[in-house]
Design a protein around this ligand. Structure first.
Ligand code: CP3
Length: 345
């Protein structure tokens, strides 16, 4: 397969082809642990940054230029689909995302629109600008939020510790939950196909809060819709990564949905998960992000230990088990990436 990319390690690993070392990128790599992010953030609101292609491209490029990662990830947010559907979204410093009009009943749900792909064209435009900047050096990863995780923000009206309202909806009004989830899934299919048409090289579906669900509820309210989305994508040549917190438990179901890669949280032994999945399903992960606060010696040891476990395995992308925290020292992140890039299988 020819990708036309100078560095196609990520694409090869995602398709379970041999690589000389694991590719590395970091979830939330375009963000607040970088001083250069704040230099931009202090001038614009978060949504302005997402909606202005030149600025989104500037932020996307920061970890490419400053860290030397093997993939760029589009600068955006998983909640832009919900915003396009009618959610009144804002991001307050220290509070996180908030919807002023949470979805609490059938009437609220009826107002959510699905013919919204045109409203997300700014993401397609950003992808064009980023591709020009990347000049084929490394792949660009696109992404979207998975229906269950996006639903949780719409229903709770923001972040939640226990997802109480969301779970009440699933348990007491499953039909209404399915009505909303199907709408989000349809928008997500259009949105990811827009990103593919605009030229992304890989994509990741974030089901960040699936960990809150029981096995049966995960199957019914998350897995079902993720499977639907993966089946509707124009994904030839574009590997699909499925991420959730809870993947240590849900990995077998995640693989059943037919992504190319299962991204694994840090609770599991990555080799054990890899061995348990069908042949040809790659894994991504799974360093505990808190390791990046530790001494460099520890960072090195933990990464090399993971690599020893994965030695001889095709289909392995190095990443954290979840997103990087804003106060992790930049120097430690840079060091971790150097350790990965020096390694040879
Ligand atoms: O990975 C990247 O660097 C690309 C950009 C990206 C952002 N959000 C930028 C962002 C990606 C891939 C996301 C995904 C996202 N957004 C997820 C899934 C990823 C995960 O970690 O599980 C989730 C759950 C969200 C929802 C969201 N957006 C939250 C909870 C927050 C607040 C986070 C916090 O800790 O305050 C955001 C805002 C957000 N998205 C920021 C960034 C850089 C911070 C905005 C700021 O500067 O204040």
């Amino acid at each position: 397969m020819t990708t036309g990319l100078q560095n196609d390690l990520l694409i090869r690993a995602a398709f379970s082809q041999p690589t000389e070392r694991p590719p590395v990128w970091i979830m939330r790599q375009a963000g607040r642990f970088m001083k250069e992010y704040w230099d931009i953030k202090n001038r614009y609101s978060f949504l302005e940054m997402c909606k202005t292609p030149e600025i989104a491209a500037d932020v996307t490029m920061l970890p490419v230029d400053l860290l030397g990662v093997d993939a760029a990830i589009l600068f955006s947010d998983i909640l832009v689909t919900a915003e396009a559907m009618g959610g009144q979204l804002s991001f307050e410093q220290g509070v996180g995302p908030q919807f002023a009009n949470p979805v609490r009943n059938r009437a609220d749900a009826e107002t959510l629109r699905t013919d919204v792909v045109d409203k997300l064209q700014y993401v397609g435009d950003a992808i064009q600008v980023i591709r020009q900047r990347l000049q084929g050096r490394i792949p660009l990863i696109g992404f979207a939020g998975a229906p269950f995780t996006v639903l949780s923000y719409l229903v709770e009206g923001g972040s939640s510790k226990d997802f109480k309202r969301t779970k009440l909806l699933l348990h007491n009004e499953p039909e209404l939950a399915h009505f909303i989830l199907q709408k989000i899934a349809d928008v997500t299919v259009d949105y990811l196909n827009l990103q593919i048409a605009a030229g992304i090289n890989a994509l990741q579906l974030f089901d960040s809060w699936a960990l809150a669900l029981s096995w049966d509820d995960y199957k019914t309210f998350a897995h079902h819709y993720n499977t639907y989305i993966f089946s509707k994508l124009n994904r030839a040549g574009v590997p699909v990564i499925s991420f959730c917190k809870g993947s240590s438990v849900f990995a077998p179901l995640m693989a059943e949905a037919k992504p190319n890669v299962v991204s694994v949280d840090w609770n599991a032994d990555l080799r054990h998960v890899k061995d348990s999945l069908p042949h040809g399903v790659a894994v991504q992960g799974n360093l505990d992000p808190f390791v990046l606060y530790a001494d460099k010696k520890v960072i090195r040891e933990k990464i090399l230990h993971l690599f020893e476990r994965m030695r001889g395995q095709d289909g392995f992308i190095f990443n954290l088990g979840h997103g990087i925290m804003p106060d992790i020292p930049f120097d430690n992140v840079k060091y971790a990436i150097e350790v990965v890039k020096e390694f040879r299988f």
